[in-house]
Design a protein around this ligand. Structure first.
Ligand SMILES: [Zn+2]
Length: 166
């Protein structure tokens, strides 16, 4: 068994380890992700997490308060986004909670807009959820120019609604 975090960040023996999770490549598109290796029950704690406090948004940071971010490039900062996630973060207790039953091999996902006012980088989403927002922003920012262009292009590719005959 190996710890996921480097030794200097391990302040607590309840932090995640390699019997519970694997850090994995995710279809080459979103980089790395975290996969469960064991079963986690809906509503229960999946893991505690740690990191370095910062006043800056990093690619792998999560927001604790408007001016405080937790930078964790080892574990929680690697969680994948989904518009219909199986996990949610408690940024006060620094815990991941299961929204659904999670089985071995499943990718842990969160909705980035739940914790982040502004993302390090907005990005397109194709998570497969029927509620997929297609372009992901923080909860307090507008879709940027790249996102507007992406969404316009995407709408152009959808089949046109048939006009009613007069
Ligand atoms: Zn989505």
């Amino acid at each position: 068994m190996a710890e996921i975090y480097p030794r200097e960040l391990i302040v607590d023996e309840t932090l995640p380890n390699s019997e519970q999770f694997t850090v994995t490549a995710v279809d080459g598109r979103v980089g790395r992700g975290i996969r469960a290796r064991i079963h986690f029950e809906r509503g229960k704690r999946v893991a505690k997490f740690a990191g370095m406090l910062s006043n800056t948004v990093f690619q792998h940071s999560l927001q604790i308060s408007p001016a405080t971010h937790l930078h964790d490039p080892y574990f929680v900062g690697l969680l994948s986004h989904s518009c219909a996630p199986n996990c949610v973060l408690d940024m006060q207790r620094l815990e991941i909670l299961a929204l659904l039953d999670i089985g071995p091999g499943e990718l842990l996902t969160i909705d980035y807009a739940v914790t982040e006012d502004t993302l390090y980088r907005q990005f397109p989403c194709d998570c497969g959820s029927s509620h997929c927002r297609r372009w992901i922003t923080g909860r307090r920012e507008a879709v940027n120019e790249a996102g507007k262009a992406y969404l316009t292009d995407l709408n152009g590719k959808l089949p046109r609604a048939r006009r009613s005959a007069r």
